[in-house]
Structures are given as structure tokens and as C-alpha cells.
Design a protein around this ligand. Structure first.
Ligand SMILES: Nc1ncnc2c1ncn2[C@@H]1O[C@H](COP(=O)(O)OP(=O)(O)O)[C@@H](O)[C@H]1O
Ligand SMILES: [Mg+2]
Length: 298
């Protein structure tokens, strides 16, 4: 039987820390409890329906990558084992099981650390207009979806809910965070991307680009948030890859395409999603989890 789709959590005995587009975060002592709901946002608008298994897939994939990247940089992961959570969480175990993570609280570094291995999305648009991405001058004649000689670090601002992130240059980023922090998150971003994308290729997946967030605990910089999930990354099937055109992807493409097909104005309120779009999207999330980790949720 399919688990219940969770759109919102409400744990009266825990203090809410924040609600993001997808995650509800609670204080638990000195730690945080990061709960991935089944909410889905597209074009930065949160849909009214959830995607079955999505919160669990995001949690499991992040856990996998936290473990995989911990030799490059330490991270916020403590445990996903509800039995090891502090006592005040126990009464919510039914909802928390499989979709939550106890984490170290960090002071979030206020830039989104985007790394691009291939030219697509807003990078492709900017390149066509200006020959540059985030102030980085690129060679002429790149084709859509082409691999860069070296991955590019292209940070963006962190927008509030309902706003869009904006790409910024390294100089602009260094006005938001200090130079040492900038260099540290840049280096970690590139190193994690290189290691993870080599691994993903062996599983038939291209990581075209992705976004990381970092946090500070005392003066240490650690990896936080979600890591290399279909929500934070573009995953392409390697066997269908061909430069010179857009690629099929393992993410919310069905939802995005549907919204475009009905000419959604990309402003709330969102339209209802048809069942087959929800079902196919759920399958995509389950599929990428299985391809990446070899494990299966259902
Ligand atoms: N270890 C951490 N400490 C503090 N905040 C964190 C940590 N990990 C993630 N966060 C924050 O929790 C939120 C995650 O919820 P999410 O739904 O992804 O939000 P958003 O809509 O901002 O993407 C993000 O704002 C992220 O910056
Ligand atoms: Mg997020």
C-alpha cells in the first residue's frame, strides 16, 4: 500500500523553526529536525497536491550523498533512525519515519552554491545572450547541453519564498559572504560535484548541474540542506544524451511541461494536477533513487 501523502506537518509539542517550499523544520534541543514533505514546487509555486514517496526519496538520496561526500567536507547529518531521535519526537514517529533527518543546526551561508558541468537552463539562456554565465566568459560556439571543459561555479542569491534566485558573479557573491567563505564553499562545491558526477556516470546518470547549501557551526563550514536530489539537480539519462538539444530529465519535468501546456501564468494559486502527471512524477523520483543507490523504496 502506498504511504500517506504528507503535504503539511503539525507537531504541537515541537517548536517550528521554519517552513520551506518542501521541508518543515523543527527545533529539537540544540538540533533541528528536517522533515521532507511530499510538496512539490514548480516555477517556485507550491502545488496543492503532493507526490507520493517524494519526501522519502529526497531524504534517502540526501542521506546517501552525505555519506558519500563526508571525506570531502563534513555535513549536518546525524541520523534518520527515528528510534535514536530525542524523546519529544517519538509521538510523531509515524509521520517522521523515512522522511526526516536529525541534523546539526548551522548558520546558513547566504548564497546558493550552483555548479554546472553542462550548459543548460538559465546558463544556456545567459550564454546565448551574452557569451557569459555569471560573469565567466566562455568559448564561442558551445551547443545546448554541451559539457564544459571544467565545471563552473555559478552562485546565486537565496530568494525568499515566492521570489526567484538571481545568478550573481563571484565579485557580487564576495559582497554577500567573505572571501574565505566564498573560496571554501567554491572548492567544496567543485570537489563534491566531481566525485558525485563520476559516480553517477557509472550508474548511467549525468549530473548536468546541481545546487548545494553550506552552513557554519562555530567557525566550521559544513554541507547542509538536501544533497544531489532531483529537486536540487538536473539528472539526465546517459544513454539518451546528445548535445545540440535539450535533454529528458529525471525530475519535475512532467509537472513543468503540464503547467506550460495549460499556459499557467506561474503565479499562485496553482492549478490542480491530473492524476497521471502525479503518478508519473512519483515514478521518476522512485526510479532515480533506485538508479543512484541500487536500493528500492517499493
Ligand atoms: N543544517 C541546517 N541548519 C539550518 N538551516 C538549514 C540546515 N539545512 C537546511 N536548512 C534550511 O532549511 C530549509 C530547507 O527547506 P526547503 O523546503 O528546502 O526550503 P527552500 O524553500 O528555502 O528551498 C532551507 O531554507 C535551508 O536553508
Ligand atoms: Mg530547498
Amino acid at each position: 500500500m502506498q504511504p500517506e501523502v504528507i503535504l503539511n506537518t503539525n507537531f504541537p509539542n515541537l517548536k517550528l523553526y521554519a517552513k520551506g517550499k518542501v521541508r518543515d523544520i523543527y527545533h529539537v534541543g540544540d538540533y533541528l529536525l528536517l522533515v521532507s514533505t511530499d510538496r512539490i514546487s514548480a516555477f517556485d509555486v507550491i502545488m496543492n497536491q503532493g507526490i507520493p514517496y517524494k519526501g522519502m526519496v529526497l531524504t534517502k538520496i540526501s542521506e546517501f550523498w552525505f555519506n558519500f561526500t563526508k571525506d570531502i567536507i563534513s555535513n549536518h547529518f546525524i541520523t534518520t533512525d527515528v528510534n535514536k531521535y530525542p524523546a519529544e519526537c517519538k509521538e510523531y514517529a509515524g509521520v517522521l519515519n523515512g522522511r526526516s533527518m536529525l541534523i546539526k543546526k548551522g548558520k546558513v551561508v547566504p548564497i546558493e552554491c550552483i555548479v554546472r558541468g553542462y550548459i543548460t537552463g538559465s546558463g544556456w539562456k545567459d550564454y546565448q545572450k551574452t557569451g557569459e554565465i555569471s560573469g565567466i566568459k566562455l568559448q564561442a560556439g558551445l551547443q545546448e547541453s554541451e559539457k564544459f571543459p571544467e565545471p563552473l561555479f555559478t552562485p546565486s542569491t537565496k530568494a525568499e519564498i515566492g521570489e526567484h534566485d538571481e545568478n550573481i558573479s563571484a565579485e557580487q557573491a564576495m559582497q554577500i559572504v567573505d572571501k574565505n567563505t566564498f573560496n571554501a564553499v567554491k572548492e567544496a562545491t567543485i570537489n563534491i560535484y566531481n566525485k558525485a558526477s563520476d559516480y553517477a556516470l557509472t550508474k548511467g546518470i549525468i549530473i548536468a548541474d546541481t545546487k548545494f547549501e553550506f552552513g557554519k557551526v562555530n567557525s566550521d563550514i559544513i554541507l547542509v540542506d538536501e544533497v544531489l536530489t532531483p529537486d536540487s539537480s538536473r539528472f539526465w539519462p546517459l544513454d539518451k544524451y546528445e548535445k545540440g538539444r535539450g535533454q529528458e530529465s529525471f525530475d519535475k519535468q512532467f509537472v513543468r511541461d503540464y503547467l506550460i501546456s495549460i499556459k499557467f501564468n506561474m503565479q499562485p494559486p496553482p492549478p490542480p494536477l491530473p492524476d497521471d502527471i502525479i503518478g508519473k512524477t512519483s515514478e521518476k523520483y522512485l526510479d532515480i533513487y533506485k538508479k543512484l543507490t541500487g536500493e528500492s523504496l517499493v
